[in-house]
Structure formats: structure tokens, C-alpha cells
Ligand binder design. Structure first.
Ligand SMILES: [Zn+2]
Ligand SMILES: [Zn+2]
Length: 379
């Protein structure tokens, strides 16, 4: 029979509080998930837990003190992580999720838990993307519990060791399978890995310090938010717990497709249909852009696919940038499909005047002339 007093490093007349203190100190040191644990000593952890189980149970302690092994009474030294313990757990907490093996057991810090970041997808128009916008958002998130001011307990935080995991923060479960017994470790469902629980948890938030709620906030989106960009608003996310800071609000921006203007890098593309005479003679026309009225100068002899550039009418080059890309206007020359006899005569006169009746057809590469640039831009 092992000396449980020396395992915990306490005297034979140690009080219950002293036993608990010693246990918590050692459990932290030897728990396989502990950062203080360098030996990875699962056996030592089991031994400490067994000693704790025996010495904190008055009946078992007096049996032990009288020289009888109290654990042999119920089937032989299975310790707190034996199958009885495991069964009790699966009965009470059947269905709670297990981590695979030791490690990765989450937040163990019991104070100042920072709130999680909140990701919200926000659809904006192309205009809002270019000029920025002020949005009012209605958020569903965790807010500070008003009853306990986020502390999780009324009248200050008082913690006691978790009775389910004895302060270890994790529990083990033995499951029977075809391949024999499988031991799994899980975050303690009672204290969620903290090892301690609040003495007087707040009834409204059940000790979390935060409750589900809503928040309406005004957000100023900077110019140049493109599709897929993220805007982080510090401290506007989920409320922290037990005095912890709020998480951040992260807006994931998606930009709605515009009916007219198509984004390509920091440039905008659009099409302008013009009559054939304007294409031949050239001239200026006024159009509506996202920046209001603008003049498109059409060179004499423009053909379909000719690009007229309006510098600075595009997208900001980057977020919060005052430098903008261009608006590229693709000319599309409208050739009339129906002419009356008078118009036919006029065009024939033009043809003869331009000596187009002597036109010699010859095939050439698609890469010759502006047509190729046009194809490249489209695809
Ligand atoms: Zn626990
Ligand atoms: Zn509360």
C-alpha cells in the first residue's frame, strides 16, 4: 500500500483544505495537459489523484489510517479513473464530446477570458466600395451580463476546486470496444477545463459573465473595400468573461455586381454604343459615371473595341487610398441594319469617294491592331 501522505507531501494530520491545496499544486504540475509539466508523467498524476480520492473521503481515510487499503474494498485500486468513475461520467454526461487523447484542452485560465472575434459578412455596392460608406449593423453576439457586470458571480469572484475533476480540468473515460479498453480524455464538463468553479455563479449567465444579446453599431467603411477584404473593428466583438476584453468584430466584405461597371483590378470596364457616323467623324459625348457626368472624347475614325480611358474614374488603388484606377470605355459601333433607298445612295457615294470599290481582301493575324487588346481584356 502506497504512502498517500508522502505522495501529496503532507503530514498525517493534514486538514482537508491542506490536502486540496497540495493536490491542486501537484495536479497542475503533473497533469499531462499542464504547461508546467515537463515529465509527461501520467503515472504520477494517477497516483496523486488516487491519494486525493482516499484522503478527502473521511471513511476511506480512516480505513487507510487503520492500515486497510480502502480501494481494495471495491474491486481493487482502480483509482478515480477506474471504470466506475468512467461509467458515472457516461451516465451523467453521456454524449459530451471527447478530445482525442491528452492535450488541446482549451482555455484553462479562469480569469480575464477575452471574448471571441465575431465574423460578419457584409454586402456592399460598388459605389460604397469606391467612396466608402457608413453602415448600421444589427449584431447578435455575446454581451456583458448586466446582473454580475461580467464577473460571473454576484459580489466578486470566489472559486472552489471543481468536484468532478478534482481540480485537474480534465476527466478520463474508459470505453469498451472490440479492441479492448480505450481510454479517452476530455475537458471536464463541469468546469470546462478550468479546474475550479465559481462559488456563487450568477443565475442569469450561469457564471459565464456573458449572455446572448444584440447590439446596433454604426460602422464607417473606408474607401477601397474590395470583394473579400476584411475590416477589423477592435473591441466590437463578443464580450469577454470575468473581466476579459471584448473580442474584435471582423467584417468580411463582398461587393455586389454592378449593372454597368465591371471591376478589373483597380480599373472599371464598361461599353458605349455609338452611331457609325460618330465613329467616322469623331466627337464628344457626355455620359453618367459613378462620379457624375463625364465627357468621353471619341477620336475621328474610331472602330468597335476602341478603348477610351477616363483617368481616375476607377477603384481606389488600395484601401483608404486617394489614388484611383481608370474607367475604360469600350466603344461599340452600331452599323445600321436597315437603310432606305436615299440612305443607300448616300453610302454608295461615300464608298465611291473613299475608293472602297477597289478594296482588296486579305487575311491577317488576329494580333494585328487593337482588336487583340480588346480580346485580351475580355478574357
Ligand atoms: Zn472540473
Ligand atoms: Zn451574470
Amino acid at each position: 500500500m502506497k504512502d498517500y501522505y508522502s505522495i501529496l507531501g503532507i503530514s498525517r494530520n493534514a486538514t482537508e483544505l491542506e490536502i486540496k491545496k497540495a493536490y491542486r499544486r501537484l495536479a497542475r504540475k503533473h497533469h499531462p495537459d499542464s504547461t508546467e509539466n515537463d515529465s509527461n508523467d501520467e503515472e504520477a498524476f494517477k497516483e496523486i489523484s488516487t491519494a486525493y480520492e482516499v484522503l478527502t473521503d473521511p471513511q476511506k481515510r480512516s480505513l487507510y489510517d487503520s492500515g486497510v487499503d480502502p480501494l481494495s474494498q471495491n474491486g481493487g485500486g482502480a483509482g478515480p479513473f477506474g471504470s466506475d468513475f468512467a461509467n458515472m461520467f457516461s451516465d451523467i454526461f453521456g454524449g459530451f464530446s471527447f478530445n482525442s487523447g491528452f492535450g488541446n484542452q482549451g482555455e484553462r485560465n479562469t480569469t480575464h477570458i477575452k471574448g471571441e472575434d465575431l465574423l460578419v459578412r457584409e454586402k456592399i455596392t460598388l459605389e460604397e466600395s469606391i467612396f466608402g460608406a457608413e453602415k448600421t449593423l444589427q449584431l447578435s453576439l455575446l454581451v456583458v451580463c448586466k446582473t454580475c457586470s461580467g464577473l460571473g458571480a454576484k459580489g466578486g469572484i470566489q472559486e472552489v476546486s471543481c468536484s468532478v475533476c478534482q481540480g485537474a480540468g480534465s476527466v478520463r473515460k474508459v470505453a469498451n470496444s472490440l479492441f479492448g479498453q480505450i481510454v479517452q480524455t476530455a475537458t471536464c464538463p463541469n468546469c470546462h477545463g478550468a479546474g475550479s468553479i465559481l462559488k456563487n455563479p450568477c443565475a442569469d449567465c450561469r457564471g459565464h459573465g456573458a449572455v446572448k444579446g444584440h447590439k446596433k453599431i454604426k460602422v464607417k467603411l473606408p474607401v477601397g473595400c474590395t470583394d473579400g477584404s476584411h475590416v477589423r473593428l477592435h473591441g466590437e466583438g463578443n464580450a469577454g468573461r470575468k473581466g476579459g476584453k471584448h473580442g474584435d468584430l471582423i467584417l468580411e466584405i463582398s461587393v455586389r455586381e454592378h449593372d454597368v461597371f465591371m471591376l478589373s483590378g483597380s480599373d472599371l470596364n464598361c461599353k458605349l454604343s455609338i452611331p457609325v457616323t460618330l465613329a467616322i467623324l469623331g466627337g464628344s459625348v457626355e455620359v453618367n459615371t459613378l462620379d457624375g457626368k463625364a465627357t468621353v472624347d471619341i477620336q475621328l475614325g474610331s472602330s468597335s473595341g476602341t478603348i477610351v480611358k477616363l483617368p481616375g474614374y476607377g477603384m481606389p488603388k488600395s484601401i483608404e487610398s486617394s489614388t484611383r484606377g481608370d474607367l475604360l470605355v469600350f466603344l461599340d459601333v452600331n452599323i445600321p441594319t436597315k437603310l432606305d433607298s436615299k440612305q443607300v445612295k448616300l453610302v454608295e457615294q461615300l464608298r465611291d469617294s473613299l475608293k472602297d470599290n477597289k478594296f482588296k481582301p486579305e487575311l491577317e493575324s488576329i494580333k494585328v491592331g487593337g482588336f487583340w487588346d480588346w480580346i485580351k481584356r475580355i478574357f
